[in-house]
Design a protein around this ligand. Structure first.
Ligand code: B1M
Length: 220
């Protein structure tokens, strides 16, 4: 039953069917699924399947866009529930989050933001295609403890390095911790560009940020 539901969620993404995805997301909540399980075990495997098919040229850009719409429809149902489960908490820290310049992938970055919010962080999500100076301006404006930079393309992951360099030029590097993530990003890349941490997925990004806050982010 549970496997069947997860397979249906995956299929709704592969088929690019937003209405079905939204209904399945609601059904999952009604059936007692944890929202993060529905996302990670149901809908995200659908996105991975789409990515593989796109790489193999058995599926094309309009299909990938339809799948992204379906994913967004599912997330619209599941994200408020994720946030609600976090409950009301004192501010655990301030995070500025965005996807690098030239990159419009938003789904993973938004999920990271939602989960951080659910864990009590104040998240300033700058959206996608964010220039380095916009990251810097928002670190200054919000007094952020942590900045999170997402990138989904091998080309735009270099933008993560540019953001770190811009933070250094602005004299803010000692004041803010930097975490990076996204499908092509690795721990090794994070170390190479001088980030303070790498989050493989949204849940590990939350643990990472908690750990950095625990270390005392202003100590550096
Ligand atoms: Co794009 N795309 N895409 N795409 N797309 C990929 C990334 C790709 C791997 C597909 C493929 O070829 N197999 C490929 C990149 C190849 C490469 O660079 N090596 C690719 C390509 C090529 C492109 C275009 C260039 C296609 C074209 O135009 N010819 C184009 C680029 C546009 C641009 O950005 N300038 C493009 C466009 C698009 C759409 C617009 C159609 C759509 C995005 C819609 C949207 O976001 N609103 C899209 C999609 C949907 C994908 C795939 C299929 C799925 C991405 C996704 O949402 N995954 C993707 C294939 C794949 O990733 N397997 C692909 C689900 C999401 C929950 O996971 O984003 O990985 P993810 O986030 C995870 C972790 O990575 C991590 O936590 C998240 C939650 O667990 N994480 C962080 C993410 N950010 C983090 C930040 C952190 C910590 C963790 O700290 C700050």
């Amino acid at each position: 039953m549970r496997d069947e539901a997860l397979r249906a969620m995956q299929a709704s993404i592969v088929n690019g069917a937003p209405e079905t995805a939204a209904v399945l997301a609601q059904d999952a909540l009604t059936a007692g699924f944890e929202p993060l399980d529905a996302i990670n075990l149901g809908f995200v495997p659908g996105m991975h399947a789409v990515g593989e098919q796109f790489a193999q040229h058995t599926l094309f850009l309009p299909d990938m866009m339809a799948s992204a719409e379906a994913m967004r429809a599912a997330m619209q149902v599941l994200e408020p529930e994720l946030r609600k489960r976090g409950g009301e908490r004192p501010n655990a820290g301030t995070v500025v989050l965005g996807t690098t310049k030239g990159d419009i992938h938003e789904i993973g970055k938004t999920l990271v933001g939602t989960l951080l919010t659910a864990h009590g962080f104040k998240v300033h999500d700058l959206g996608v295609d964010v220039a380095s100076d916009v990251f810097v301006a928002n670190i200054l404006k919000t007094g952020a403890d942590v900045v999170g930079i997402s990138a989904l393309l091998t080309t735009t992951m270099r933008g993560q390095k540019s953001v770190i360099e811009a933070i250094e030029r602005a004299g803010l590097r000692a004041r803010v911790k930097v975490i990076v993530g996204g499908a092509p990003v690795s721990r090794r890349w994070a170390e190479e560009i001088g980030a303070d941490g790498y989050g493989q997925d949204a849940a590990s990004a939350v643990e990472l940020v908690k750990g950095l806050m625990h270390q005392g982010v202003h100590a550096g």
